[in-house]
Ligand binder design. Structure first.
Ligand code: DX5
Ligand code: ZN
Length: 214
């Protein structure tokens, strides 16, 4: 089953209630981008916004941590309402310990890599993941151009997940739209994050259905 996760970074924060309701009605997950200005050269939002969204959300919160030492904050993000928490492989010394900690807190644990890390770097950790995420842009900003090499990276990762006899979905994040959703799904992606494509559209619900049917 394909899941669409609108990135709330592209939502209209002056009409957050309206945009949360749009996700409740049309999409599958809330993708929440947490940036610390250290792991990535940008800041986004933190606990007050996550908690506010959690109050109204009827779909699970998928929190993407772009922060150093994610182990310090995973518990708080789960307490704030995250059902899924992912962090970057190179943001911590012991990724397997962080994955275990997320699971202990009661959320699904995911590992993420930027486009310049080999997909193979995820392989030893797959058995400890509930999902994995490939960035199709460099983490840090919404509205960037999709990197085409992502298709072959998804295929390689999918083949390895199957080779290891695992059943974990691949999420793709960055520059995803109705134009590339079909090819990503064909390659093996099951969760598609989309910020600008959804929230900059005149009719976000139409874009979400188009991505689902792509
Ligand atoms: C980028 C974030 C993405 C971003 C996606 O660092 O992780 O989730 O918000 O936005 P678009 O779809 O506009 O690339
Ligand atoms: Zn993200």
């Amino acid at each position: 089953m394909i899941q669409i996760a609108p990135s709330m970074l592209a939502a209209d924060f002056l009409h957050l209630e309206r945009d949360v309701e749009m996700v409740n009605e049309n999409a599958d997950l809330f993708h929440l981008d947490i940036m610390d200005g250290v792991f990535v050269p940008n800041l986004s939002y933190g606990f007050p916004v996550v908690e506010a969204i959690a109050k109204m959300a009827r779909k699970p919160l998928d929190t993407h941590l772009m922060i150093v030492e994610p182990e310090k904050y995973v518990e708080r993000f789960v307490k704030a309402g995250s059902a899924m928490v992912s962090f970057h492989l190179d943001a911590t010394k012991d990724p397997d310990a962080v994955l275990a900690k997320i699971r202990e807190c009661g959320a699904k644990a995911g590992l993420v890599i930027n486009p310049d890390l080999p997909v193979e770097s995820l392989f030893p950790h797959l058995k400890n993941c509930d999902f994995v995420m490939l960035m199709s842009v460099f983490a840090g900003f919404g509205g960037q151009k999709f990197i085409e090499e992502t298709y072959s990276r998804v295929r390689t990762l999918k083949a390895e997940i199957e080779r290891q006899g695992l059943d974990i979905p691949i999420e793709v994040d960055g520059g995803v739209s109705a134009a590339n959703a079909g090819a990503l799904i064909d390659a093996g992606a099951e969760i598609l994050v989309a910020g600008s494509a959804v929230f900059r559209a005149e009719d976000p619900s139409e874009v979400i259905s188009a991505m689902r049917l792509a």
